[in-house]
Ligand binder design. Structure first.
Ligand code: ING
Length: 313
């Protein structure tokens, strides 16, 4: 059982509307090589890594929208990344907009894949928690139209056996919801990988800018600790055509401690030699789910979606 694994979070700086996939993939390959130079065997890239964060724009033309989606994976644009990773023997997480054909119908998902060191796709995840709105809000500072452009993921929160451990994935807003980590925690996850594109301002409610990073880290540190799992998170960061995204890409131990974090809002690799067994003591003591959870009291969590005030009489 290999205990230690050098993992990298490859933060991607801004991808502008004018940036084509080929130029972005070159940046990803450069970071893959940097991670390799440090001895990393797994690299986490970001959400929607191949294009700008297009859900900030209102579009109605299906062809214009679909231009942001990948019809197959790998494809001509991403093949250089798959080939280099195979050459180096490195696995990776990659987020992208997926145009899937299922039962003769087209479906649009915010997707991530897990690719093994042999260059083959091990698993796929489709974003469950889609933030924002689906209506046009032209007066807002920026729009957040993931509910318009993506369908809710239909794969649940799967995990895979990799590197002698159990690994899972989620995407961006998923990291804010404790249910995301808990489902994977109940499946024994030792590592959760994720990418995020998070605006550095709140277009819908004025709040101090420092809260963007605070809530980002709070959510992931809590998820890591409460499930005894590593969390490796890669941001798309910086100003994309003037629209700012937070950085803060980081590697979080099962204790909840941040062991490595990006300093910039540009392409930046952070890495750490992760003890993938570190979470075992947490899973066997404070968060021994079998010994301590009381599911007979948790029914509302899956029976009720929204808030229904129910004060005792
Ligand atoms: N981005 C943001 C995120 O969850 C967001 C959306 C920002 C929601 C701030 C709420 C508050 O980090 C994505 N892509 O989900």
């Amino acid at each position: 059982m290999s205990r230690y694994l050098k993992i990298a979070a490859a933060q991607l700086g801004p991808v502008h509307l004018a940036d084509d996939r080929k130029s972005v993939v070159k940046r990803l390959v450069d970071m893959l090589r940097e991670a390799d130079s440090r001895g990393c065997k797994l690299v986490v890239f970001t959400e929607l890594a191949l294009t700008t964060f297009f859900p900030r724009y209102w579009m109605e033309d299906p062809a214009q929208i679909d231009a942001y989606f990948e019809k197959e994976m790998p494809n001509d644009a991403t093949r250089p990344l798959f080939d280099e990773a195979k050459q180096l023997g490195i696995g990776f997480y990659l987020g992208y907009a997926e145009l899937a054909r299922e039962n003769g119908e087209s479906h649009h998902y915010n997707t991530s894949i897990l690719v093994g060191s042999d260059g083959n796709i091990v698993g796929k995840y489709r974003k469950v928690h889609l933030p924002g709105h689906d209506d046009n809000r032209p007066d807002a500072a920026y729009q957040h139209l993931e509910k318009k452009y993506f369908e809710v993921g239909n794969l649940g929160f799967p995990v895979w056996q990799m590197y002698d451990h159990i690994v899972g994935m989620c995407i961006c807003n998923d990291r804010r919801w404790p249910e995301t980590y808990r489902v994977m925690g109940l499946k024994g996850a030792d590592l959760v990988m994720l990418g995020y594109n998070t605006p550095n301002s709140n277009a819908y409610h004025p709040e101090p800018v420092h809260l963007k990073m605070f809530h980002n880290l709070l959510s992931m540190q809590a998820g890591a600790y409460q499930n005894g799992t590593w969390v490796v998170a890669a941001a798309k960061a910086g100003a994309e055509d003037g629209y700012g995204l937070i950085g803060g890409s980081c590697i979080i131990a099962p204790t909840g401690e941040i062991v490595a974090q990006a300093l910039t809002e540009e392409d930046e690799v952070v890495s750490y030699d992760c003890d993938l067994d570190l979470g075992q003591y947490i899973k066997k003591t404070i968060f021994d789910f079998d010994a301590h959870r009381r599911i007979e009291h948790y029914g509302l969590i899956t029976e009720q979606t929204g808030v229904i005030p129910q004060p005792e009489d």
